[in-house]
Write a protein that binds this ligand. Structure first.
Ligand SMILES: NC(=O)c1ccc[n+]([C@@H]2O[C@H](COP(=O)([O-])OP(=O)(O)OC[C@H]3O[C@@H](n4cnc5c(N)ncnc54)[C@H](OP(=O)(O)O)[C@@H]3O)[C@@H](O)[C@H]2O)c1
Length: 242
């Protein structure tokens, strides 16, 4: 007797929204979830990149989204609902970095990073929270390993990531009774365009975006009787710091 082969599409029937999906971790996640059977709506500002992604797979759809703009978020949520219905999975991944000493950090820098990383996470979750409660859904917040540590030159970015962690935990407390699962994904250095041109400290080695996408998929595919509160993953070349 042969063992039953594993389900090739374990996320079949799931509708997922992935923010910041035009490149990097978000694009890899959108791809991975679609290949696992989910219908995926990918959101970001770079529409040509999103269109190229959507052309890769029949279960991938693209819609313009600026998480820093409440009007764009409302338009996005309405379009998702009209085209596809209520979502089961939200991957709040859109994020930007800014690094440098506090004296050199401008108010504009501060607002730009908080508007995307913190306010954007709050607004996208709020826009889909009724769906997620109704569908006993899953929220993945892609924060960072620096959501629980910091470093000189990282005040702005790490403060925004600490805020995302606090938000994710309060969200879990408020929604657990409705069966909603919240997972914080905390990668170390990932090889993406994210820190190009910034003063982020150099590190040896980096994760691939696909490594993070697989960690997200792993959390989503656990049986609904358990939740993964957080997953922290690092390239072996990154100095262990906690
Ligand atoms: N790379 C790392 O080392 C690392 C480590 C830990 C955590 N992270 C986190 O992982 C997440 C993804 O980063 P990444 O490394 O994949 O960076 P990335 O390659 O620069 O991708 C960032 C994504 O966020 C989107 N985005 C930025 N501003 C947006 C906005 N206002 N509205 C909608 N989408 C927006 C970008 O799309 P558009 O520009 O097209 O809008 C892009 O798709 C971020 O939250 C980041 O903080 C990254």
């Amino acid at each position: 007797m042969t063992a039953p082969s594993p389900d090739p599409h374990p996320l079949d029937g799931h509708l997922a929204v992935v923010t910041g999906a035009s490149r990097g971790i978000g694009r890899a996640t959108a791809r991975t979830l679609a290949h696992l059977g989910a219908t995926v709506v990918a959101g970001a500002r770079s529409e040509a990149d999103l269109a190229a992604l959507a052309a890769e797979h029949p279960r991938l759809y693209a819609l313009p989204l600026d998480v820093a703009d409440p009007a764009s978020l409302r338009t996005f949520a309405t379009a998702v609902h009209e085209a596809h219905g209520a979502i089961d999975v939200l991957v709040a991944n859109a994020g930007i970095g800014a690094f440098g000493p506090i004296e050199a950090t401008t108010l504009e820098d501060w607002d730009r990073v908080f508007d995307v990383n913190v306010r954007g996470t709050f607004l996208i979750v709020q826009a889909f929270l009724a769906d997620l409660r109704a569908r006993r859904g899953h929220v993945v917040v892609v924060s960072s390993d620096v959501s629980a540590r910091t470093f000189a030159g990282g005040a702005l970015y790490t403060a925004s990531k600490h805020a995302q962690r606090a938000f994710a935990r309060a969200l879990q407390m408020e929604t657990a009774a409705d069966g909603v699962r919240v997972t914080e994904i905390r990668p170390g250095v990932v090889a993406t365009a994210f820190a190009e041109g910034t003063e982020r400290p150099a590190d040896e080695g980096a994760l691939e975006s696909a490594d993070v996408a697989e960690a997200i998929a792993f959390a989503l595919m656990r049986p609904t009787r358990l939740r993964i509160d957080e997953l922290q993953l690092h390239p072996m070349g990154q100095t262990p710091e906690y």
